[in-house]
Write a protein that binds this ligand. Structure first.
Ligand SMILES: *[C@@H]1O[C@H](CO)[C@@H](O)[C@H](O)[C@H]1NC(C)=O
Ligand SMILES: *[C@@H]1O[C@H](CO)[C@@H](O)[C@H](O)[C@H]1NC(C)=O
Ligand SMILES: *[C@@H]1O[C@H](CO)[C@@H](O)[C@H](O)[C@H]1NC(C)=O
Ligand SMILES: *[C@@H]1O[C@H](CO)[C@@H](O)[C@H](O)[C@H]1NC(C)=O
Ligand SMILES: *[C@@H]1O[C@H](CO)[C@@H](O)[C@H](O)[C@H]1NC(C)=O
Ligand SMILES: *[C@@H]1O[C@H](CO)[C@@H](O)[C@H](O)[C@H]1NC(C)=O
Ligand SMILES: *[C@@H]1O[C@H](CO)[C@@H](O)[C@H](O)[C@H]1NC(C)=O
Ligand SMILES: *[C@@H]1O[C@H](CO)[C@@H](O)[C@H](O)[C@H]1NC(C)=O
Length: 684
């Protein structure tokens, strides 16, 4: 028994003697003040929070009423092909089921609500509760780790197997230097202390079953992307460029956002060995160092589980404008750097798996000189061939839209000056960001033509729910309600399909477009434009008057995890300009898509609540009540119309790749090696 545990039992025995208080040990006290703990102990803490019926009703009420603004709610009951098998979630049926279910703990309730939303496989429409996941974009309160990230590799004969990543030990020993001994000691006798010898091992069985059973089971709960192949890929490790340095993403096997598993049994074949080894490795949960220290259930809950500034919206006329225009609370769950204000239109994933702050090992980092990118999430490289320029774009939200647009243009011009005639855009793990940065990048690469003027974005629509119409009508009736045009629903911030700005008094949701979607009557706004006008809210600079690259000399590369604004960029480049796309590392009998979670503009409950409160509609029975927990419900607020079928959402139209690029030990997690193969395949 660990000494602290023993001490706490002693202490609680003492309490029993001295008082009449309940003699129960506080399970959160067991993990309080420690950096590394057993996942079972985190679960014991989380599971000790009983369901509070008031809070349960409140969460279901807020989520349910916020969904009235989510434009895809009825579409997602049954998506058309090719996503019918991937997206078939009737949220209202499931929320009614949850309302009727009793849960052993608030943690069990959280898992059910969260997974119900995740079954949409829509990274915009996610429920996150900081009591259990992701307190900010870098770290959750606890993350559950194994030191052996996995990869999917292909042999010369085309056969595919799962392996422990060749770089696993290098990554784990650097990131978990204070814990690695525990895993070294957990290995069976013959391998004790030899964790390094597991790197590159073939994985024969996971928990006694073929490894793809575990991959596919995870694909059912990981959420975020409609395509099954992309959700399979989430299991494996990958690289990313979330801000200024390349990161190593461990993948869902080696990093769990919740303390789900205690250990894993593996049968592996190590490199150069003919015999198999059976190993059991424990998961260990690490406390995020920025979590406010806690000693008890009461302090844990007070610091993580109750509403904070920004959880709910504000009446803009009752608070200072500066305070109200800070980052949106959903920003802390978004898969991208946090922009310093919410003034620009965003289309970005919410992810309860935090952005990785683990570095890509030095041997895998591009060693060629990176040209300076003056914005986060982007880097430019010139390949050794002197012809291929590479733009790595890990995110569409640098900290400022203007700086990002300027940086993208300068970087591409520098590549051209250095002789680049062909361009690889690597958008691996790009969760989106500024809509107008995506539009701008397309415009400057392709130049002026009928697909890029006035903008390269897609037309959109919002949902014309009854409360949304009242919000717009209130602003239209009294523009003084929103003198700084800070509200999402302000007509002045919207344009019609001809890209003409609405006037201050237009109710732009009228006349509604009434449709029946999956048997449900629904109403949408008239068709809206893509909304990236010249000026600070759209194109901050004058774009060049000629293409920077020939579309036939541009290739977009990713692991499928390219969402939101990244999806808008990739879809329009591929479908309108014929730019080729590559999926790296997929299972070779699964059809892969080059993006997922397209959307058009994303937002969240708190932002909507500001519109509702500022227009004095909070007392309307359709308005969500104030949230009583530290949570966020994200939504797709506008949905983009398709390129091929211009009457249906692009969300559920096909995005097939031009190349399935299999990974070998030389290529995996090695961006430069991948770019060389891509250049050789596409540019002759
Ligand atoms: C349930 O939550 C509400 C709202 O936070 C609180 O007022 C109430 O005291 C809680 N009930 C119990 C039994 O803890
Ligand atoms: C909820 O439970 C009641 C009583 O058990 C049952 O009659 C009702 O059909 C249930 N509703 C749903 C949506 O499951
Ligand atoms: C290793 O695991 C496999 C499959 O679970 C089992 O059949 C075998 O008996 C195990 N071997 C040893 C030595 O434990
Ligand atoms: C609306 O437009 C104004 C003026 O162009 C801009 O300052 C503001 O940031 C925009 N607001 C939103 C919510 O898009
Ligand atoms: C990037 O900028 C820094 C500081 O301005 C400069 O020292 C460095 O040489 C630049 N690197 C490249 C590759 O241009
Ligand atoms: C754009 O121009 C191309 C020819 O350059 C033409 O085929 C296409 O129909 C035009 N598209 C639109 C929307 O006008
Ligand atoms: C782009 O490349 C294609 C194929 O090589 C060529 O036919 C076309 O002329 C090029 N366009 C421009 C504008 O250079
Ligand atoms: C990629 O692989 C899938 C699944 O095997 C296949 O259906 C598709 O045709 C492949 N695409 C290309 C361009 O080879």
């Amino acid at each position: 028994m660990p000494p602290l545990y023993a001490l706490l039992i002693l202490f609680s025995a003492f309490v029993v003697i001295c008082t009449d208080a309940a003699p129960e040990l506080d399970p959160c006290a067991v993990i309080g003040g420690k950096k590394w703990v057993a996942p079972a102990d985190v679960r014991a803490c989380f599971s000790s929070f009983k369901v509070n019926q008031t809070i349960k009703n409140n969460i279901l009420d807020v989520v349910g009423k916020t969904l009235a603004f989510h434009v895809l709610t009825n579409y997602e009951i049954k998506a058309p092909e090719p996503f019918t098998a991937d997206v078939h979630e009737d949220l209202f049926k499931d929320l009614a089921r949850i309302e009727n279910t009793s849960y052993a703990s608030d943690y069990d309730l959280h898992i059910d609500v969260s997974r119900t939303l995740k079954r949409l496989n829509d990274g915009h429409c996610v429920w996150a509760n900081a009591c259990y996941v992701c307190l900010n974009r870098l770290t959750a309160a606890f993350l559950n780790f194994l030191p052996i990230p996995l990869v999917l590799l292909t042999q010369e004969d085309g056969s595919q197997n799962i392996y422990i990543a060749p770089e696993a030990f290098e990554v784990a020993s650097a990131e978990f230097s204070d814990k690695i001994a525990v895993w070294q000691d957990a290995l069976p006798l013959a391998l004790k202390g030899k964790l390094e010898s597991l790197s590159g091992a073939k994985v024969v069985l996971i928990n006694g079953k073929p490894p793809f059973d575990a991959v596919n089971t995870n694909a059912l709960i990981t959420g975020s992307y409609q395509p099954f192949g992309t959700r399979q890929s989430s299991f494996f490790s990958s690289y990313g460029l979330p801000d200024t340095t390349f990161s190593y993403v461990l993948g869902d096997f080696a990093q769990q956002p919740l303390p789900l598993d205690d250990s894993v049994d593996l049968v592996i074949q190590r490199v150069h060995q003919t015999t198999l080894d059976n190993i059991t490795l424990p998961y260990r949960s690490r406390l995020n160092p920025t979590t406010v220290p806690f000693k008890s259930s009461a302090t844990y809950r007070a610091n993580n589980c109750v509403p904070v500034d920004g959880t709910n919206g504000v009446d803009l006329n009752a608070v200072s404008l500066a305070a109200s225009l800070g980052p949106s609370p959903a920003a802390k769950f978004q898969q991208a750097p946090v922009p310093s204000s919410r003034k620009h239109k965003m289309n970005v994933m919410m992810d309860t798996v935090p952005v990785s702050d683990i570095s890509l090992p030095p041997g895998l980092q591009p060693s060629a000189l990176a040209l300076n990118a003056s914005f986060g999430g982007g880097a430019f490289f010139m390949q050794k061939d002197g012809k291929t320029g590479v733009l790595v774009l890990g995110s569409f939200s640098g900290d400022d839209l203007d700086v990002m647009q300027d940086g993208l243009l300068k970087g591409l011009l520098t590549l051209k000056e250095q002789g680049a005639t062909q361009l690889i855009v690597d958008v691996t793990n790009n969760g989106g960001g500024f809509i107008c940065a995506a539009d701008w990048l397309h415009r400057i690469i392709i130049g002026p033509k009928n697909t890029t003027i006035p903008g390269a974005g897609l037309d959109t629509k919002a949902r014309a729910a009854p409360l949304a119409r009242l919000v717009v009508q209130a602003i239209a009736d009294d523009p003084n309600l929103d003198p700084f045009q800070a509200l999402l629903y302000n007509p002045l911030n919207r344009t019609n399909a001809n890209n003409v700005q609405f006037s201050a008094t237009d109710n732009w949701l009228l006349p509604p477009v009434n449709l029946e979607i999956n048997g449900h009557a629904d109403s949408f706004s008239p068709r809206l434009g893509a909304e990236c006008p010249p000026g600070p809210n759209g194109f901050a600079f004058t774009p060049p008057d000629a293409a920077l690259f020939n579309a036939s000399k541009v290739v977009i590369v990713s692991n499928g995890r390219c969402a939101s604004s990244c999806a808008l960029f990739s879809v329009t480049m591929a479908k309108e300009e014929g730019v080729k796309t590559v999926f790296v590392g997929g299972k070779n009998d699964v059809k892969q898509e080059y993006c997922g979670t397209v959307g058009g503009q994303s937002t969240d409950y708190s932002t909507l609540d500001t519109d509702i409160k500022t227009t004095h509609l909070k007392t309307n029975s359709l308005a969500p009540p104030d949230l009583l927990v530290n949570g966020v419900q994200g939504i797709t607020w506008r949905s983009s119309f398709g390129v091929r079928d211009a009457q249906q959402p692009e969300e559920f139209q096909d995005h097939p790749v031009d190349l399935n690029l299999s990974l070998t030990p030389d290529l995996v997690n090695n961006p430069v090696a991948i770019w060389e193969v891509v250049a050789a395949k596409f540019f002759v």
